[in-house]
Design a protein around this ligand. Sequence first.
Ligand code: ATP
Ligand code: MG
Length: 318
Amino acid sequence: MGLAFQAEGLVKRYGETTALAGIDLAAEQGSVLGVLGPNGAGKTTAVRILATLLKPDAGQATVGGLDVVRDAAKVRRTIGLTGQYASVDEDLTGTENLVLIGQLLDLRRPAAKARAKTLLADFGLAEAAGRSVKTYSGGMRRRLDLAASLVGLPRVIYLDEPTTGLDPAKRDDMWTIIRKLVADGVTVLLTTQYLEEADALADRISVIDHGKVIAHGTPAELKQVVGGQNILVRPVEPARLPDVARILEAVSGRETESPGRGVLTVPVTGDSEFTEVVRRLGAERISVTELSLRLPSLDDAFFTLTGRHAADEEEVAV
Ligand SMILES: Nc1ncnc2c1ncn2[C@@H]1O[C@H](COP(=O)(O)OP(=O)(O)OP(=O)(O)O)[C@@H](O)[C@H]1O
Ligand SMILES: [Mg+2]
């Protein structure tokens, strides 16, 4: 199978800021590439270059074998882009927005109308189709935005943080829609700040930081790098924290970390350790207000990959 898109050595500078410091990204046809990184990592910049909206200062990128700079017009005909910020017109209705886009893509009006109707139904917006977008909720806008990017039946679609700010139910709806696209053979580039989301949807993940790819692999490979899962324990009585630490360290063979007051976490490889921790907490009569086995967060991934917490980057990123 061929590559749907490929970027090599992309560099982009804004004055003093180096948004991309030479990144490589690629995805097989029909797969999902997750691009994971904190605020300011360079995700949107990379997407905009692959979408022909921005020229790189160095490096090159192709979509379906076409160069994003030299063959920009042809590339635009094969891609769909859902931006981080909604790009639909507030004053138009859902239908009007999609029909307009269809006509911009050279569809005749009846064909554009038919396509709009199908998409609005697919995205659960049939009832709201005749209302102006001003009246839509955040989740409805996201869905309309995604529908808008699909009017031209793209083979490659870029989704820039499609679920940021959505509640869990809306996020699940969006995941279902994305999975459906992939089942239809569309290649997806998905940027996200959530490891969980990349894990749920991506075949491969590139983690980026300061405009550089710092890790690449399947979700399973990446999780091994960041240390499997974490057990988190918050005892009712803070005085029992040393006992909790002793138990966690004995079971996992690793040092505990304290991500906040009164909470301890430790990385583990499987759920048998979790069962053992629960047993020992019970045996020592330590009551807890919080006890969980969770995937590493992006911050955990960052800490393991760079030795820093992602939050430390914020001041630098501005
Ligand atoms: N038009 C611009 N002018 C100046 N600096 C910019 C511009 N666009 C982006 N940057 C800077 O480039 C860096 C990368 O920004 P980018 O938007 O690609 O990050 P991101 O990973 O998409 O972040 P977020 O998660 O916040 O969307 C940041 O430091 C940002 O401030
Ligand atoms: Mg962005």
